[in-house]
Write a protein that binds this ligand. Structure first.
Ligand SMILES: C[S@@+](CC[C@H](N)C(=O)[O-])C[C@H]1O[C@@H](n2cnc3c(N)ncnc32)[C@H](O)[C@@H]1O
Length: 270
């Protein structure tokens, strides 16, 4: 079995689209897992993945790099706070937001803090999704090590966190504003009518074809005038072709007039 056939078998058996991940990086990671299990060929490793749930879990964990932190890339979160949210809020009382590939929740909770400060008590609709059940569970728990809060000001720590046992527990009230769901960006249907989609630091792992496919789907999922917020190393060069304007670094605005009414949420996933 060659690497291509291995990826095909993984898709058929586990519904995981490895063909959309960049080949070199994926290859390196899988080869290192194979040597950890002393498996010399893809067929033996594939059989091991099928037989042993722990080996499969390790495989999936290895694939999903979960590195994140609150206000990752603070300058861009300042643009969100000072430019993008105020502009969106001029057109709409309640915003509909999707944090796609949200990891352990630090990203959607950062957006929730900013919105609570801009519009105290207002219940915006924030959906947050990831392919990895384990990170979604820790997002729901909302307990974080101090190093994930290095970009959180003392004022915000005091307002939105409770400190205990060397950890920081996120505000129960704001936690309830975010709905977490399992969702694979490469396989599952997308919702509609978002004012803002935050999808950062995951598309770098995907092939160019997959990136284009996802960005087109994001464009369809946004309301006219809605924003896509990407990672600093995820510049969309063909943004015009995908019907976006570039408003600020990392922010692409869907072209086509004012904001329309909100649509459906992300449907049932698997
Ligand atoms: C590096 S983290 C980025 C987290 C956050 N967006 C940020 O920028 O801090 C990448 C996340 O993408 C998720 N991921 C990887 N492949 C995915 C897919 N096909 N669909 C949805 N999420 C995926 C991983 O599980 C991981 O939590």
């Amino acid at each position: 079995m060659d690497f291509g056939a291995f990826k095909k078998k993984i898709d058929e058996t586990f519904n995981l689209d490895l063909r959309s991940y960049k080949e070199t990086q994926l290859h390196r990671r899988i080869n290192s897992l194979m040597s950890r299990h002393k498996t010399a060929d893809y067929l033996t490793y594939y059989r091991l993945l099928v037989q042993d749930p722990d080996v499969f879990k390790e495989f999936k964990d290895y694939l999903t790099i979960n590195v994140t932190e609150f206000f990752r890339d603070p300058a861009m979160f300042r643009v969100l706070e000072e430019k993008v949210f105020p502009e969106l809020l001029r057109n709409r009382m309640v915003l509909k937001i999707w944090s796609a590939a949200c990891s352990n929740g630090a990203e959607p909770y950062s957006a929730a803090m900013i919105l609570e400060e801009l519009t105290p008590g207002r219940r915006h609709r924030i959906e947050a999704t990831d392919i990895d059940e384990k990170v979604l569970q820790s997002a729901a728990n909302g307990v974080y090590a101090a190093d994930l809060l290095r970009n959180v000001s003392q004022a915000r720590r005091a307002m939105h966190f409770r400190e205990g046992n060397g950890c920081f527990v996120f505000s129960e009230q704001l936690k309830k504003r975010v709905a977490f769901k399992l969702h694979d960006l490469l396989k599952d249907p997308y919702g509609k009518g978002y004012d803002l989609i935050i999808c950062r630091n995951v598309q770098i792992y995907f092939t160019r074809d997959a990136q284009d496919r996802i960005n087109r789907l994001f464009n369809e999922a946004l309301s006219p005038g809605g924003y896509l917020f990407v990672g600093s190393s995820e510049t969309i060069f063909n943004y015009r072709e995908l019907c976006f304007d570039k408003s600020y670094p990392c922010f692409y605005r869907k072209t086509g007039g004012g904001l329309s009414e909100g649509g459906s949420t992300i449907g049932a996933v698997r």
